[in-house]
Design a protein around this ligand. Sequence first.
Ligand SMILES: Cc1cc2nc3c(=O)[nH]c(=O)nc-3n(C[C@H](O)[C@H](O)[C@H](O)COP(=O)(O)OP(=O)(O)OC[C@H]3O[C@@H](n4cnc5c(N)ncnc54)[C@H](O)[C@@H]3O)c2cc1C
Length: 491
Amino acid sequence: MAGPVRAADVVVVGGGSSGCVVAARLSEDPDRTVVLLESGPGYRSAAECSSVLDYRTLPVGPRSPYGDTYGIELTPGIPSAMVRGHVLGGSGAVNGAYFIRGTAPDFDRWPPSWSYEHVLPFFRALETDVDFEGPMHGATGPVPVRRQPADRLSAVSAAFHLAALDLGFAEEADKNGRDGEGIGPVPLNVGDGRRISTASAYLLPALDRPNLTVDVDSHVVRVLFSGTRAVGVEVDSGGARRAVRADRVVLAAGAVETPVLLMHSGIGPAEHLRDNGIRPVTDAPGVGSDFSDHPEVGLPYRVRAPLSRDATSPVLEAVLNVGQIEIRPYTASFDVLVPGSGQPVPRLGIGVMTPESRGRIRLASPHRRVRPRIEYRYAETDSDRRALRNGVALGVELLRSPAFHSLVEPIWEEVSDNEVRAHLGTSQHLCGSCRMGNSDDAGAVVDERCNVRGIDGLTIADTSVFPVVPSRGPHATAVMVAERVSTFLSG
Ligand SMILES: Cc1cc2nc3c(=O)[nH]c(=O)nc-3n(C[C@H](O)[C@H](O)[C@H](O)COP(=O)(O)OP(=O)(O)OC[C@H]3O[C@@H](n4cnc5c(N)ncnc54)[C@H](O)[C@@H]3O)c2cc1C
């Protein structure tokens, strides 16, 4: 291989929501050398990267250097696109800044050592909640959490809040409680008027450590093995390919690229690997299989008067959670929220938060730079289709409520499966593509400490290890998992 070989105790692949946490936590021990490799661009200070800090928009439009777009199939015959953050801070540096914990029932679907009681201390440790205190909340963690004050709500959020109360839904002031439902303000990872990703909260303050090296614009192409032990990675950087040797490799490339990287390295469904000319290191049928995400229908509406939005308005200020439905009154149309997206029609987002349908990621080619095939297989079950229809019907009812009357009118009167299919999209919350599980679960890729089964020296710390997508946005849970895996690796 061309290029020099570097060595470290730990190499972390991917400087996103999870990888920044792991690199920062593991390098707190000055005797441990850590190398973080991130394929996207980086920055050393807030001043260098203003658009990833502007929480009022998502910088993932067609010309953005900070988003990687993938062609996907939502259901057979319905192509679409999804995006992942491609910058230090990852998807959490470009997302809606909606920073909400998974609920207690979500963790009943995880292995017992990840019960709500086990994970709550990590949720508390990662945050400083400026609005709430007490046993459920942290006061000294790196990520600031706040909510938009009621007197600053945008016109849509204020009307939505009233409409939900009119329909009899409960007020839920703290959506980071144990198991709540109702209408309430969105917890936001925003501080000093900026989006606070894990790059800003964890990594930038650690950059001066002599035992931490952060290489950006460095794309890892495969994990290196000696037998069934991971011994480092191969990385393309500055036009050259080189090796980074390490005692432990931690994959945090996200729920799309972590399984892709594993498959290119010989860990995946053996037959699929052989079909692509890749020699299996171990047969791992769960790699890329059975992922979950929240389907989202964009329910369009007409505006009777211009929608006012405060200069401080985030993308989302309030949501309604009811059963498996989440309704999201975006504060503006997507051409405003995602510059360059060209979507001028305002919408309510209708998400199904505990879907039954499961998707699949497979290699489309043996060539490393060819995008994978991503099949969502949304709405495959009657229950998922019913949930989508019911959610849309509730959205229409909210838009018809008197609170909205002077502002907007619904476009849809009747809700059919065809209309739902035509407006189907994804919440961009893909999780569980290398899920964690017990040894009797043939589809489990990692054990409860997130070590890859059948391989030594290889750990995964990102949203791919979630057994299933949580019933809320996954960002806060990704940070919690990274915090916890860091303690496993430090122990
Ligand atoms: C547009 C958008 C909006 C969203 N909105 C919200 C929201 O408001 N609330 C919420 O809870 N969730 C939201 N999400 C989801 C949430 O942000 C993600 O689930 C979470 O950030 C994923 O964390 P991760 O660590 O698994 O991966 P990521 O944060 O995606 O990090 C992966 C990192 O690895 C890097 N990488 C990939 N491949 C390689 C490689 N081969 N070599 C080196 N580096 C590599 C990538 O560049 C990236 O930086 C949103 C996601 C998107 C894309």
